[in-house]
Write a protein that binds this ligand. Structure first.
Ligand code: ADP
Ligand code: F6P
Length: 322
């Protein structure tokens, strides 16, 4: 079936650069002679028919904005057969022949379900976690890393002045990529991630004591959200080392802000590729970035891939943190 009209939605946790991806999708589609419908609030909007026509000007002035102008949501109803059927009915009602879904792994599962029901979908990886196995890069990761790094740099000033230890929580319930990169960039004494088990005495207390012996007077411990409670970790560090220790949770600031060059460029390229596929009548694929190229994979294949954690970089971080 020739695709004439596509829909675009953002789903799951927002990520800086999603707007640049939406802009690219809309403009590429129109340039290729397709109609575009925006879908608000992720899969909820598809279920509820919160769908509107978009033109080239609908995406003016958004390339530099964080968040998503389409809004996003987590939709429990869409995880049910009933939800998917309602969404498919609305695709028919609004004349949507294919959809570009910008989100994480969960959103890709939804795209797979829609594709199975005859609505070709293309997934674009958008999450600050960089935890999608099929791709080396997800939109939003670079901006989030830079935000976290800037915040920890500020924290370092006061940590250094008071000769304290700071335990900083960065986002990542199930993924430590943001913690790893941020930890390396701020020169953290220890980095704790959900993918690597750690020994409190060895990997934190001994690391602090070792660097204390060579004259280090302040310490940054970067902890991914999924590892545990930073307030408890800070309390234990203070008890065991005698160093005044404070906990800081960076939280959702990491998800906001104007996207970096990398995120804008990546989002633009991925949006273009997604529409190119749909225009050719190809669905059930996800866009990925591999070996410096924008490529695509079958959704089933992509969802079954694994992304081993970068243990070498993790070891390197500890080696140079002394
Ligand atoms: P992300 O896309 O960032 O991983 P979520 O896991 O919250 O975020 O998924 C976003 C939405 O995608 C969910 O609210 C739901 O509507 C849909 N989704 C998630 N998992 C599935 C699934 N297993 N099957 C169908 N749809 C899903
Ligand atoms: O997946 C993106 C992310 O920001 C994770 O890093 C974090 O664990 C989670 O979403 C937080 O979700 P919420 O916005 O529901 O607090």
């Amino acid at each position: 079936m020739a695709i004439k009209t596509i829909g675009v939605l953002t789903s799951g946790g927002d990520a800086p650069g999603m707007n640049a991806a939406v802009r690219s999708v809309v403009r590429t589609a129109i340039a290729m002679g397709l109609n575009v419908k925006g879908i608000h609030h992720g899969y909820n909007g598809l279920i509820e028919g919160d769908i509107f026509d978009m033109n080239v000007r609908s995406v003016s002035d958004i390339i530099h904005r964080g968040g998503t102008v389409l809004y996003t949501a987590r939709s429990p109803l869409f995880k049910t057969e009933e939800g998917v059927n309602l969404a498919v009915e609305n695709c028919k009602k609004f004349g949507i022949d294919g959809i570009v879904v910008i989100g994480g792994d969960g959103s890709f599962r939804g795209a797979r379900d829609l594709s199975l029901k005859g609505i070709p979908c293309i997934g674009i990886p958008g999450t600050i976690d960089n935890d999608i196995a099929s791709t080396e890069y997800t939109i939003g990761f670079d901006t989030a890393m830079n935000t976290a790094m800037e915040m920890v740099d500020k924290l370092r000033d006061t940590t250094q002045s008071h000769e304290r230890c700071s335990v900083v929580e960065v986002m990542g319930r199930r993924a430590g990529w943001l913690a790893l990169q941020t930890g390396i960039a701020v020169g953290a004494t220890s980095i704790l991630v959900p993918e690597v088990s750690f020994n409190f005495e060895n990997d934190i207390i001994n690391e602090i004591k070792l660097s204390q012996k060579t004259g280090k007077m302040h310490y940054i411990i970067v902890v991914a959200e999924g590892v545990g409670n930073v307030h408890e970790i800070a309390k234990l560090v203070e008890e065991k080392t005698g160093i005044v220790t404070r906990a800081t949770v960076l939280g959702h600031v990491q998800r906001g802000g104007s996207p970096t060059v990398r995120d804008r460029v990546m989002a633009s390229g991925m949006g273009y590729e997604a529409v190119r596929l749909l225009k050719e009548g190809i669905g059930n694929r996800v866009i990925a970035y591999r070996d410096n190229k924008v490529v695509n994979f079958d959704i089933y294949e992509a969802l079954n891939m694994e992304k081993p954690f970068d243990i070498e970089a993790y070891k390197m971080a500890y080696t140079i943190s002394i």
